[in-house]
Design a protein around this ligand. Structure first.
Ligand code: NAP
Ligand code: MG
Length: 488
C-alpha cells in the first residue's frame, strides 16, 4: 500500500510492547469532515498478531488475578490521571477520526476518565454475600472469580467511552484483555491504550489488536483461549458473535441497536420537549445507539410542536466538528452516509412526507465531507421502514397519535428496546409509561440519549443479549460466582 505523507502510523499493543502487524499492511483512517485528511494508519492485523496478543493475555492472567483488588484499582487511577493530561489530544483525535463535535468529544473523554475512577474504586467493594448454612458449624458465602482472557469488540461511535466501560471493569475484577476497536475509531483507541501503557500496567494485562472485524473480530470469537466476549455494535454482527460464543460455550454480552421513541403528551413543556428531541435525535449526527428516531406526539399539540421543532432544526450549524460553533458534524463514512440517504429515499417512496432536510449539504466548504441536512419526516406510520429500522443518521420520524395508550403501543411496536422517553407533567402518565414501555432505559422529561456510568445500561428485546453493562451490573458479566462452604 502506498502511504501518504501525512498521518502517523500506530502499532498494535501486545505484551506491553508497541509492535507492527506481521502483515506489513495498514488501515488508513480519514477525517469524515474532510476525506483528504489522513488521521493516521493503524495495523491491518492477522490471526498471528491476535494469537500473540491472546497468548500474552493468557500468561499475564494469574499474576494479575492474584493482586489485591485495591492494587488493580491503583493502576486504573493512574490510567485516569494520565488520560487527564492527554484529554484534549484524545478528544481532538476523536473529532477528526469519527466526526463528532469537539465539545461532545471532550465530554466523552471526561466520561472515560470518570469510568476509570469509578471502576478503580470497585476494587475495594463487596464481591459476595454470607448466607446461613443449615449446618450450624459451617460458614457459607459467595465470592467471585474472573473469567480469564476477555475479548472486547467495540464500535466507532463512542471510541473512548465504550472501550473503557468494557476494559476497566474487565481489569478490576481480575481479567486480562484483548481489545479490537472499530476501524473507524482505531487511532482514538490506540491513544486510549497508550494511557494504560503510560500508567505502567504489567505486560500482557491489556492488549490492542487493530484490524477488520471479519478477521480479528471473528478470530476473537474462534480463539480457544478467550473465555468471554463483550461486544457493542450492530445487531447483525452481534448475533453472529452470540452464535459463535454459544458454540464455544463461553460467556458473551451484546449491546446492539435501538429505534428509540420520544413521546410528547399534550400537557408537556413544549420547549423542553423540542430541545430534547433535537439533542437526542441529532447530536453526534444521530449516530448514538440511544438516539431518538421516532417522535410520537399527541394531536392537540402536534402542530405547535412541529413548527417549533422545524424552525430550531433549520437554525443548526452543520460543519467540521473541530470548528467552534459547529452543532452537528458529518456521518462517519461514505457507507453510513449512503445508508442514511437510502433510508430517506425509502421514507419518501413509502409515503412519508418530508418536512425539512433530506439532502446532502450543498456548501463549497463542506464538499469533501459526509455532510447531510438534518431531516424530519411526518405522516410516518409504524409499518414504514423508517419507523422500524435503525438509520443511524440525522433523521426524525414524526407520528401523530390521539392518546397515551396509542403512543405507548406504537412506541413498543419495534424489535428494539434500548431507550425511550416521555415529556409530560402528569404523574399518572409518567407511571404508565414507566410500567408499559419495553425499554432498558426509560427517561422522563429528558432526552433518550444520556447514560450515567454508575447505573446499569442495556436494552430489552433485540437491543441486547439481556445483560447489562456499567455500574454494579458490570460485575455480573466479568465474573463468575463461586459458592464457598467452610467447615472448621
Ligand atoms: P458493527 O459494524 O457491528 O461493528 C462493531 C464492531 O464489530 C467493530 O469493531 C467491527 O469491526 C466488528 N465486526 C465487524 N464484523 C465482524 C465479524 N464478522 N465478527 C466480529 N466482529 C466484527 O457496528 P458499528 O457500525 O461499529 O457501530 C454502530 C452500531 O453499534 C449501531 O447498530 C449502534 O446502535 C450500535 N451501538 C450500540 C450501543 C449499545 O450500547 N447498545 C452503543 C453504541 C453503538 P470493523 O471496524 O471492521 O467494522
Ligand atoms: Mg462497521
Amino acid at each position: 500500500m502506498a502511504l501518504q505523507k501525512e498521518g502517523a502510523v500506530f502499532d498494535n499493543y501486545v505484551n506491553g510492547q508497541w509492535i507492527p502487524s506481521v502483515s506489513n499492511d495498514r488501515i488508513t483512517s480519514v477525517n469524515p469532515a474532510n476525506v483528504n485528511e489522513v488521521v493516521g494508519y493503524t495495523q491491518k492485523s492477522t490471526m498471528e498478531d491476535l494469537d500473540q496478543a491472546v497468548t500474552s493475555a493468557k500468561h499475564a492472567r494469574t499474576s494479575w488475578r492474584k493482586l489485591a483488588g485495591a492494587e488493580r484499582g491503583e493502576f486504573l487511577y493512574k490510567v485516569a490521571s494520565v488520560m487527564e493530561t492527554r484529554a484534549d489530544e484524545i478528544a481532538e483525535t476523536m473529532t477528526k477520526e469519527m466526526g463528532k463535535t469537539l465539545p461532545e468529544a471532550k465530554g466523552e473523554t471526561a466520561r472515560g476518565i470518570a469510568i476509570l475512577k469509578y471502576f478503580a474504586g470497585e476494587g475495594m467493594r463487596k464481591v459476595g454475600d454470607v448466607i446461613p448454612s443449615t449446618d450450624k458449624d459451617a460458614l457459607m458465602l459467595t465470592t467471585r472469580a474472573p473469567l480469564g482472557v476477555v475479548g472486547v469488540i467495540t464500535p466507532w461511535n463512542f471510541p473512548v467511552a465504550i472501550p473503557i466501560w468494557k476494559v476497566a471493569p474487565a481489569l478490576i475484577y481480575g481479567n486480562t484483555v484483548v481489545l479490537k476497536p472499530a476501524r473507524e475509531g482505531a487511532v482514538t483507541a490506540v491513544k486510549v491504550i497508550e494511557c494504560f501503557h503510560e500508567a505502567g500496567l504489567p505486560a500482557g494485562v491489556v492488549n490492542l489488536v487493530t484490524g477488520s472485524g471479519s478477521v480479528i473480530g471473528q478470530g476473537i470469537i474462534d480463539h480457544k483461549d478467550i473465555q468471554g466476549i463483550t461486544f457493542t455494535g450492530s445487531n447483525e454482527i452481534g448475533k453472529q458473535i452470540g452464535q459463535g460464543a454459544l458454540a464455544r460455550g463461553i460467556k458473551y454480552q451484546l449491546e446492539m441497536g435501538g429505534k428509540n421513541p420520544v413521546i410528547v403528551t399534550n400537557d408537556a413543556d413544549l420547549d423542553l420537549a423540542v430541545e430534547a428531541t433535537i439533542t437526542g435525535g441529532l447530536r453526534s449526527t444521530g449516530q448514538k445507539c440511544t438516539a431518538t428516531s421516532r417522535v410520537i406526539v399527541q394531536s392537540d399539540i402536534y402542530d405547535a410542536f412541529k413548527t417549533k421543532l422545524v424552525s430550531k432544526i433549520k437554525g443548526l450549524k452543520i460543519g467540521d466538528g473541530m470548528q467552534e460553533g459547529t452543532w452537528m458534524g458529518p456521518s462517519v463514512n461514505e457507507s453510513q452516509y449512503r445508508t442514511v440517504l437510502s433510508y430517506i429515499e425509502k421514507g419518501k417512496e413509502e409515503g412519508a412526507t418530508l418536512v425539512c432536510g433530506g439532502e446532502k449539504i450543498e456548501d463549497e466548504r463542506l464538499r469533501n465531507g459526509y455532510f447531510l441536512q438534518p431531516t424530519v419526516f411526518e405522516h410516518v406510520t409504524s409499518s414504514m421502514t423508517i419507523a422500524q429500522e435503525e438509520i443511524f443518521g440525522p433523521v426524525l420520524a414524526l407520528m401523530k397519535v390521539d392518546s397515551l395508550e396509542e403512543a405507548i403501543r406504537i412506541a413498543n411496536d419495534v424489535d428494539y428496546g434500548l431507550s425511550a422517553s416521555i415529556f409530560t407533567t402528569n404523574i399518572q402518565k409518567m407511571l404508565n409509561f414507566i410500567e408499559d414501555m419495553d425499554a432498558g432505559l426509560v427517561r422522563i422529561n429528558a432526552e433518550t440519549a444520556g447514560v450515567e456510568l454508575q447505573v446499569p445500561f442495556g436494552g430489552m428485546k433485540q437491543s441486547s443479549s439481556h445483560s447489562r453493562e456499567q455500574g454494579e451490573a458490570a460485575k455480573e458479566f466479568f465474573t463468575s460466582i463461586k459458592t464457598v462452604f467452610i467447615k472448621g
